[in-house]
Design a protein around this ligand. Structure first.
Ligand code: FMN
Length: 217
């Protein structure tokens, strides 16, 4: 059989089971894609968590690990940012090969050459605690329900109205959830910065906070 015969597609996705994969708090799950979103590199912990072999993952698209509880509009937002060469963070529930799920905070980073052509996209993922999962899940459930009934245009409209009402962006909402629940649960091992008010942090400080969160030097 050739490589392309074996290529994983979203049709290979298993039936989800309501069981969580617990990921080591210190783990960073990494994958890299080409500009079309085809996986070119993966690290060991991403491979182990996804449950597919490295050979199965390389050459596939990430939608093989897309969980049906994830609203489509979320990935639309991610792609809009990264195609514009802007980094973006997203709270994502992924589906493993055995049907279990895992929640991660994903930092999507676009790499460009000297002419600003996109070379690759990298996703750095860190596990998030139950409180974070519970804070974001109700919104994702509503978005998925809207998508099922009326499609993604309707869920996008709902989400934009939601952000307008709250005067917040998706990134800011994710940051708020992480910070609020890190303080409350003190579960993510952030060190002293847990006690600092995130809203008053400078951009530079915020960046180093999240670099720390993702274990990026
Ligand atoms: C670097 C990178 C990492 C990605 N990681 C994930 C991921 O962990 N889970 C996921 O569902 N989609 C991920 N995506 C988004 C997928 O490309 C895709 O948009 C998403 O799974 C929805 O696919 P669908 O609309 O075909 O169902 C990633 C994309 C990029 C560029």
């Amino acid at each position: 059989m050739t490589n392309s015969d074996k290529r994983l597609t979203k049709k290979d996705r298993p039936t989800p089971i309501n069981k969580e994969i617990i990921i080591d708090n210190e783990a960073v799950l990494i994958s890299v894609t080409d500009p079309k979103g085809i996986i070119t590199e993966v690290n060991d912990v991403f491979v182990q968590t996804a449950g597919y072999s490295e050979q199965e993952l390389i050459g596939a698209a990430h939608n093989v690990i897309r969980h049906p509880d994830m609203p489509k509009v979320l990935f639309k937002i991610v792609w809009e940012h990264i195609k514009d060469r802007e980094n973006v963070m997203a709270l994502v529930k992924n589906l493993a090969k055995d049907g279990r799920y895992y929640w991660i905070l994903t930092d999507f980073v676009t790499k460009v050459d000297a002419d600003r052509n996109i070379i690759s996209y990298t996703a750095y993922r860190r596990p998030v605690c139950k409180e974070v999962q519970e804070a974001i899940s109700p919104l994702y459930k509503v978005l998925c329900a809207i998508e099922e009934l009326d499609g993604m245009e309707a869920s996008e409209k709902f989400l934009m109205d939601y952000f307008d009402r709250k005067k917040i962006t998706y990134d800011e909402m994710v940051e708020d959830i992480i910070i609020m629940h890190c303080k409350k649960a003190a579960a993510l091992g952030f060190g002293n910065q847990q006690n600092e008010d995130f809203k008053t942090m400078t951009e530079e400080k915020k960046q180093s906070f999240f670099k720390k969160f993702f274990g990026i030097k």
